[in-house]
Design a protein around this ligand. Sequence first.
Ligand code: AMP
Ligand code: MG
Length: 338
Amino acid sequence: METRVAATSTPAELALAVDRAVELLRAGEVVALPTETVYGLAADATRPEAVVKIFEAKERPLFDPLIVHLPDQSWLGRIARHDDVMVLVEELTAAFWPGPLTLVLPRWSLVPDIVTSGLETVAVRMSAHPVFREVCRAFGKPLAAPSANRFGRISPTCAADVVKELGGRIPLVVDGGPTEHGVESTIVRVEPLLLTILRAGPVTREDLETFALSVSDSSSPLSSPQAPGQLKSHYAPRTPLILATPRTAAALALAAGKTLAPSTGVLAFRAAPKDASPFAAIEILSPTGDLREAAATLFAKLRRLDEAGLDLIIAEPVPETGLGVAIMDRLRKAAARE
Ligand code: AMP
Ligand code: MG
């Protein structure tokens, strides 16, 4: 299958891209679209025979449920039940929608089993990306859309990276430029007075704490994950990755009587290692130490190191506050090898 890339730089290009995307979605096909977090692979959420194509293209196991993206807020009550958490949901959606917050709520039967992997809950959000919103509105129905990468791999943050992941497997990528946040949406389960963070993301624990009596965090790896984003290994580069400062890694290697792998790359937070000579490639997430910038560039830089033919990537830890929690979550999963 030929994968076309549709530009959206001019109003005419955008109109054409939206038309083609909607036409494909109506025909039960999949289309890659930009969101404010990462690129998503979208299909009609109400048609199992369309949704199954997402699983095929991504080689995603059927036990991994998808997020449903709504064209507008009026769809929420048709997809999810929120009668006993009405006020909390209204407050959260008023504050964060459209935006990178996914709510897990009991579902209505309009949502097919393949979308929720048979769970009685459904994950819903509304994207703030103008291109995604336009396509979803013009389509007029909810879209199921996980990240547009093959299962377990790094999420794509630009159209070229979608083509690397899914080229030849899908008919269309709509190019909306690099994504704003760069890490996947925050996922929270909503229960009366209680929010449980299932996946850390751009909306932070601190952001959520003003809305619920209690915010608990279960986004760290579990033996039986409730969200596959919680699988220990996920977002994985092909190159082995360790989480350590370059100095610590070098010191540990020395203590073990070894040198670092001959071709080692560094994913640094603010600055290159003082002694850069042992390293074949260095990427810096944010020279000013800005966690938003670091998150936005994380996957693209990780991908660049992964493509550099290295034997090892050393990723430097970032401060674990605010968005740093989501970044460290992705780096730990990139480091896990099981
Ligand atoms: P992706 O968009 O590829 O990052 O995948 C969507 C994420 O949403 C997955 O990690 C799912 O586990 C999570 N998710 C979707 N539906 C549910 C649900 N009903 N309960 C918990 N997590 C969910
Ligand atoms: Mg994903």
